[in-house]
Design a protein around this ligand. Structure first.
Ligand SMILES: Nc1ccn([C@H]2C[C@H](O)[C@@H](COP(=O)(O)OP(=O)(O)OP(=O)(O)O)O2)c(=O)n1
Length: 121
């Protein structure tokens, strides 16, 4: 598992705690309503999209990207993740459990029996 700089594991629970603490310390809980968080999340998805806008297709691994562009990408990906984690928390959804359950549902919906087949429904 990835380690955070402080030595602790990066888990959804850790991010949930950190985002809750961040909002509490600033008295921003009042602004973190489900609707506000959803709009903030969508805004950050837009910022993430801007990074790829007009570049055409890019190689996996982003081998020809400048380091500063990769850092920027990490920041926007993080904003999306942090708002998603916070939104889930505020809505009382255990995101880790919900995501694992969804992975299971996806596997049922798209059985791997036809391995090697890349067909999508
Ligand atoms: N009311 C707020 C405002 C910000 N944040 C946190 C969550 C995001 O990780 C980050 C978003 O901050 P900005 O709105 O400043 O967005 P950017 O960091 O993308 O800055 P900019 O839009 O100037 O590029 O801060 C938050 O939790 N609650």
């Amino acid at each position: 598992m990835t380690k955070a700089t402080g030595g602790e594991s990066v888990t959804l629970d850790l991010l949930k705690e950190k985002t809750a603490e961040f909002a509490k310390e600033r008295n921003w809980d009042q602004f973190h309503s489900p609707r506000n968080l959803l709009l903030a999340l969508v805004g950050e998805v837009g910022e993430l999209s801007e990074i790829f806008q007009w570049r055409g297709e890019v190689p996996r691994g982003l081998s020809d990207w400048k380091e500063e562009d990769k850092v920027h990408l990490g920041e926007e990906l993080s904003d999306v993740l942090l708002y998603l984690v916070r939104l889930s928390d505020i809505c009382g959804i255990d995101l880790g459990k919900a995501a694992l359950r969804k992975v299971g549902l996806n596997a049922i919906k798209y059985p791997a029996a036809g391995k090697g087949s890349s067909e999508q429904t």
